[in-house]
Ligand binder design. Structure first.
Ligand code: PHE
Length: 523
């Protein structure tokens, strides 16, 4: 109510009070959801809104607007809600578009073959988050989980017991071993250079002492500054009653440098990737299911492909396959920009150009269901990921169902050229290639006990056609933050959190706030 009064000029605006700051920058105003009572002050009424796309952004818009009684209708081209927030289980089917060759930025596509349909045959309880799978603590996505009652559990994003395998390595090593060696040798070099006076121009005597102290702990190099290994590397036979058997002498400095570990050891250093991370219990689609339930099934039309978007003086008119055009006061277009750019209408040349600017990217994932959790039983790996620079990218171990009979490994999660290589193949070939790579990490057991598999190439998913987008320039980004007439745009692609559900939520909140303020002002 206070916020609504502010909008109407009946309460002091934010600018008159002290502006809270975060790290010197103005903190964004806290989100205030629209409420029915916002209208009772001046007797306006909630508008009718057509929401295009039932991904996280579209569903969140309908959910938030619904709190104030807006009459929303969500049009979704796919036969399920959620967009990329897709969790696959036994009984699901995944159909792909034909493979294409993308040439540069023109995206001129040549059809190579027909699209394939995969039937998912996972057992009860097995699920595969083919899209988003991990949520950072600071992301608004967790607030929605709390609000919607979606239970959470830890997603093990980094695991010292998992492996690293790069093309520069003869054999995979445990992450803890690779880290001990890399930290050890880097510390040795820096300590010896410091001790020999090589950095005297840069360091005071006190700095040198502190740096040497730091390095002896950081690299476990002791007083001599020589790295000779230590129990951070782990054991061949772990200590118990006996003292354990070590892994032997560490590889040479030259060998460790040739392992190219920089990126492998810092995967979870990014602020979006830092542990602990979280996942909804039972599958990521728990979030979109809960949103859709709140919006109401009767307001969501799946299998409804939009074919035209028109701004009219009094409202919007949206045409779709197989039905009379729908009219509403406003529209929120929450589709991928590259698909929106292809939909005819009268949004204007600038808007069309802006929508066509973001470049759709490729990512792929393969789910492998095993009948025996050999990674837990034999390798003692409970969740987390093996990092590689092979074409499979990352291999993920399940963060749910520990010690149960079956389990689901993500056999590849790759992006860019690696994803395009796999995406161009039929599922059988993807599987064969990924299993061959996985054997380089885990040996022959990677191919046994395999029960079922399914792969998703996001560039080939109908009505999505990309894993996320990249903006080559931000000019159109700014333009699309504003509505085109009565049509607003929402999605992760309009935020600095691209490829995160949090981006979709943040964008939805912004659009809902602006649309609501406009309705309160203009009626
Ligand atoms: N959110 C996706 C993921 O966690 C994609 C992504 C990866 C986005 C890394 C940013 C950084 O895998």
């Amino acid at each position: 109510m206070y916020a609504a009064m502010g909008v109407l000029g009946l309460a002091p605006s934010k600018e008159t009070g002290p502006v809270p700051t975060v790290g010197g920058a103005a903190a964004p105003a806290p989100y205030v959801p629209p409420q029915r009572s916002d209208f009772s002050l001046r007797g306006g009424r909630p508008a009718t809104v057509l929401v295009l796309g039932a991904g996280v952004a579209g569903l969140a818009c309908a959910y938030e607007l619904g709190k104030a009684g807006y009459d929303c209708t969500v049009l979704e081209a796919r036969d399920r809600v959620g967009g990329r927030s897709m969790t696959l289980r036994g009984g699901d089917a995944v159909t792909e578009l034909p493979a294409r060759v993308h040439s540069g930025t023109t995206q001129a596509a040549a059809t190579l073959g027909a699209g394939e349909t995969q039937q998912v045959t996972f057992g009860a309880g097995t699920y595969f988050n083919a899209g988003p799978a991990r949520i950072a603590q600071w992301m608004v996505t967790l607030d929605y989980c709390r609000e919607l009652g979606v239970p959470l559990e830890v997603f093990v994003n980094a695991n010292a017991s998992a492996y690293i395998l790069t093309e520069g390595m003869k054999a995979p090593v445990r992450a803890r071993t690779a880290r001990a060696d890399a930290y050890g040798y880097v510390s040795e070099l820096l300590a010896k250079a410091t001790d020999a006076g090589a950095l005297d121009a840069r360091l005071s005597d006190a700095d040198k002492e502190r740096l040497l102290d730091f390095l002896s702990d950081f690299g476990e190099i002791g007083e001599s500054y020589g790295y000779t290994g230590g129990d951070r590397r782990g054991y061949r036979v772990n200590p118990g009653v006996g003292a354990g058997t070590g892994l032997g002498t560490p590889p040479s400095l030259t060998e460790v440098l040739s392992q190219a570990l920089g990126r492998m050891l810092t995967m979870d250093a990014g602020y979006e990737q830092a542990m602990p991370m979280f996942q909804p219990v039972g599958g990521m689609d728990g979030i979109v299911r809960a949103l859709a339930a709140q919006v109401g099934a009767e307001r969501i039309r799946t299998g409804t492909r939009v074919t035209r978007i028109m701004n009219r003086p009094e409202g919007v008119e949206v045409t779709f396959d197989g039905g009379a055009p729908l009219k509403a006061d406003y529209c929120v277009a929450a589709l991928p920009p590259h698909l929106l750019a292809r939909i005819p209408g009268n949004l204007g040349a600038d808007v069309r150009t802006a929508l066509a600017t973001p470049v759709p990217m490729s990512a792929g994932k393969l789910g492998l269901e095993y009948g025996r959790r050999w990674w837990e039983i034999e390798d003692r790996v409970y969740g987390g990921a093996t990092e590689t620079d092979l074409d499979v990218g990352h291999i993920w171990y399940p963060s749910y169902g520990f010690h149960t009979e079956r389990g689901l490994i993500v056999g590849y999660y790759n992006t860019g050229e690696d994803a395009e290589t796999y995406n161009a193949l039929p599922h059988r070939e993807r599987l064969r290639r990924a299993l061959a790579q996985g054997r380089r990490v885990h040996g022959g057991k990677y191919g046994t006990d395999l029960i079922a598999s399914v792969s998703v190439a996001w560039r080939r998913q109908p009505h999505i056609e990309g894993s996320w987008v990249r903006w080559p320039s931000l000019s159109g980004f700014t333009l699309l933050q504003r509505p085109a007439g009565r049509v607003y745009f929402a999605g992760d692609w309009l935020t600095h959190l691209i490829a995160w559900q949090a981006g979709a939520f943040e964008s939805a909140r912004k659009v809902v706030t602006e649309l609501h303020h406009r309705v309160l002002k203009e009626g």
